[in-house]
Design a protein around this ligand. Structure first.
Ligand code: F6R
Length: 604
């Protein structure tokens, strides 16, 4: 979603912020802009890629700048709606991530006072409001403006009277301060500035920050100066190359064996439950996440419930916080509920809101996250870090894989701890988890046969993905991957549900991808395939190696490597990712940056 970068120091700021802004491009955006201090504030902004803005940008000697990539919420993508927003007198420039809920009433009142708005953006009230309150101190003016606005935001401001100063604040969306050597940074995301510094300050909500080249100050709501910690973060290996692959998504699909391997050491450690603060008999677990992470959570439910006696519910983050209190809240401490939040980015607004709601209810919270230092890792009681490395493709692939792996590891630890797995059984599970990377490598090595399936899908009106039991979430994930990168309509369903409505849609132009592994639901799934076939839907099945029956009732099939059905979601996921990728490739879509989507969804 929107990205913010600001620099103040002694070097040409324009180049630095543009380079930093490009580090955030992978997240998805529709326009970009920059404000520098020349004789007064100069704003340059353009719809489209950063290169569009660069092509109209003049030279600058400014050593202070703020820049922004916008992902439209209020108002279409356009030059006018792009950030920074300024004042007609060129005194101020503001960039904003998030949304301002009460902007309409503020805008009306500012308009009645004579302020002239040029855009449809909710953010444009900010420069006017801050200017209105400005009487020499930018921190004070921003603080007064904050008393009027409601919503979620990260805001960064520069003003012509303070050419070496950036003032910033956050509420519920990310803001980090990078501390350099006679230069300082503000950003919505550490990736933007890690090239320059690993010394990071994480301000809390409503703490106002003032940075100059030589100083960083934090103020509370009473404008009292407050202390802060500077943390040294691990340098994230910067990913800028596709390594010979045509798209980041394909590269990331092929990186999955390594991602799983790298994450293993984090997951199969000594006493992991103590490390997560899970030192009581857990009565229930709620898993909460969005999108692909939610699908990993659903897989987690099946595996935890299969290995332990603990009931698991899975909710979308955006629903969880408005739902009835978690079961067990208010009971004895020994039955304190566990809420597991899954977010690869650690910045998803809905999942953060759910984490806060769970904490407020007294639940113990554990996050599964791929970005160390991200917001969620700082707010929960325990953290499992997956080590997928940076994921650039908007469609989640390797992070999904390691999220599932983390949940399998958690399930085995919980099962061993509660006595439902004895030590030899636990060791068996551990060795099975260790073998997953080699299993998925076998699917990757078979990618040519997946490519051959593509022509059966490119003209499809709609595609149904079905599965049962632990592969039902994979059907959901297969459908999500296909629709987000190929723009073909797709639905994921439990195979037994089609006859309760969706069968009405099946026909020759509606292929079905059926995940048919040999677990206890196998024979029922066979009947479901027959039902779909009878409606003339072309059937592609994903079956286990050596299966003699499923291929006979399928139009096409793909064989998984030999694997226990309970571990089948891993190779199935790779198959589905590659299928979607090759279909989208054939259709010529923008695979790494699908339309309308963002990598990190920081609005609710
Ligand atoms: C789909 C995808 C999204 C994310 C969702 C949650 O490919 O990437 O559905 O899974 O936006 O994001 P995180 O995991 O960062 O909370």
């Amino acid at each position: 979603m929107c990205g913010i970068v600001g620099y103040t120091g002694h070097k040409p700021a324009q180049e630095i912020v543009i380079e930093s802004l490009k580090k955030l491009e992978y997240r998805g955006y529709d326009s970009s802009g920059i404000a520098t201090y020349e004789d007064n504030i100069r704003i340059c902004k353009k719809e489209g890629p950063i290169a569009n803005m660069e092509s109209v940008l003049s030279e600058s000697t400014s050593t202070t700048a703020i820049a922004h990539t916008r992902w439209a919420t209020h108002g279409v993508p356009s030059d006018a709606n792009a950030h920074p927003h300024g004042h007609t007198d060129n005194s101020i420039a503001v960039v904003h991530n998030g949304t301002i809920d009460n902007y309409l009433s503020i805008r009306e009142s500012l308009e009645s006072e004579g302020y002239n708005f040029l855009s449809e953006s909710d953010s444009e009230i900010l420069p006017f409001l801050i200017s209105k309150y400005y009487s020499g101190d930018l921190v004070e003016a921003l603080n007064k403006a904050l008393h009027e606005i409601q919503g979620i935001f990260t805001i960064a401001v520069i003003h012509e009277n303070h050419p070496d100063e950036i003032v910033a604040v956050r509420n519920e969306t990310p803001l980090v301060i990078g501390v350099g050597n006679s230069e300082n940074f503000v950003a919505s995301d550490i990736y933007a500035i890690l090239k320059y510094t690993q010394q990071i300050i994480y301000p809390e909500d409503y703490q106002i920050v003032r940075v100059t080249a030589e100083s960083v100050e934090l103020f509370d709501a009473e404008l009292k100066s407050i202390d802060y910690n500077v943390e040294t973060v691990e340098k994230y290996t910067e990913v800028s190359e596709k390594g010979g692959f045509e798209h980041f998504m394909l590269k990331e699909i092929f990186e999955q064996p390594k991602a799983l391997q790298d994450s293993l050491t984090e997951l199969l450690v000594e006493s992991p439950l103590e490390r997560l603060g899970l030192n009581w008999k857990i009565g229930s677990i709620s898993i909460v996440a969005c999108g692909t992470s939610y699908h990993a959570g659903l897989v987690g439910k099946y595996v935890i419930e299969q290995l332990t006696a603990i009931p698991v519910s899975v909710s979308y983050s955006s629903e969880f916080r408005y739902a009835a209190p978690v079961q067990g809240v208010g009971g004895l401490l020994s039955s304190r509920p566990l809420v597991v939040l899954i977010s690869q980015s650690g910045e998803t607004a809905d999942t953060l809101a759910a984490a806060r709601a769970a904490k407020q209810q007294g639940c113990h919270t554990v996050a599964i996250c791929n970005v160390p230092g991200s917001r969620i890792t700082r707010e929960v009681d325990g953290v499992i870090i997956t080590k997928s490395g940076q994921e650039i493709g908007v469609a989640a692939t390797k992070t999904f894989m390691t999220q599932m792996q983390a949940l399998y590891a958690l399930a085995t630890h919980l099962a061993f701890n509660s006595g439902s797995l004895d030590h030899p059984q636990y060791k068996l599970w551990e060795s099975e988890i260790r073998r997953i990377p080699s299993k998925i490598t076998q699917v990757l090595n078979n990618c040519e046969s997946i490519k051959k399936l593509v022509p059966h899908f490119t003209r499809a009106k709609s595609v149904f993905f079905v599965g049962r039991n632990i592969n039902y979430p994979l059907a959901l994930e297969g459908a999500l991957k296909l629709k987000e990168i190929s723009y073909i309509h797709a639905e994921g369903y439990p195979a037994g549900e089609l006859k309760h409505g969706p069968l009405a849609l099946l026909g020759e132009d509606t292929p079905v991808v059926a995940i048919a592994v040999q677990d206890h639901t196998y024979s029922k799934l066979m009947s479901n395939i027959e039902e779909m076939s009878a409606r003339k839907a072309p059937i592609l099945t994903v079956c286990q190696k050596g299966d003699q029956q499923v291929p006979k009732i399928s139009d096409y099939h793909f064989e998984l490597p030999e694997i226990d059905p309970v571990l089948s979601p891993f190779p199935v996921a790779v198959f589905l990712q590659l299928l979607s990728y090759y279909i989208a490739h054939d259709l010529g879509t923008d695979i790494d940056k699908p339309r309308n989507l963002a990598k990190s969804v920081t609005v609710e």
